[in-house]
Ligand binder design. Sequence first.
Ligand code: GAR
Length: 218
Amino acid sequence: MSRRRLGVLISGRGSNLAALIDTAAAADYPAEIAVVVSNNPDAPGLERARAAGIEGVVVNHRGHARREDFEALLHTALTAHRVELICLAGFMRLLTPSFFDLWSGRIINIHPSLLPAFKGLDTHARALDAGVRVAGCTAHYVVPEMDEGPIIAQAAVAVAPDDDAESLAARVLAAEHRLYPHAVRLIASGRARLVDGRIERDGDGAPPPVLFNPPLEG
Ligand code: GAR
């Protein structure tokens, strides 16, 4: 089996990277991490990559007069490692349309909300302010508009009555760690595909039961 070569882009902690590393360790996983690139030289995720024997490259966004110059270095690092699919994993830089032209249909992301609700930052605090009973996370293809793009997979979690942003973030993050490797598996295996701006997928199997929150009574 030939495995799709992933380039994972990070900016910080790297817990989603760690989930991908752990999942991709299985021999039958249809993707492998060819390189990890961080725009932040101090990103803890770089150490996680090195510990797993994966090359970690720093492409610092600071010190470039133009965003395109930073992205040219990013592109070079990715092509040097023959990356086929870019996985954003807590990568906190917006990419320009010219970078998307180069990598069109080959960039995916994990976002800590049920898109299209709560794009951007502070998703959990805003979800709690809005009083939602169900929160979650989304794996999606990336387009130039922030936190938009065809949705590959989502996971929903129940909001607890006493949740604060921190406790909700922890519950959603645990779901991210399962969802993102699952979404990458679907794409890398070809079981889900981007066709005309939408995701086409093979049979979904039996879906889990509906999540009611508060739970149904009786
Ligand atoms: C994750 O919660 C990810 O969904 C979020 O940043 C965190 C990175 O954590 N990404 C975004 O908000 C992108 N819009 P990690 O570095 O531990 O994976």
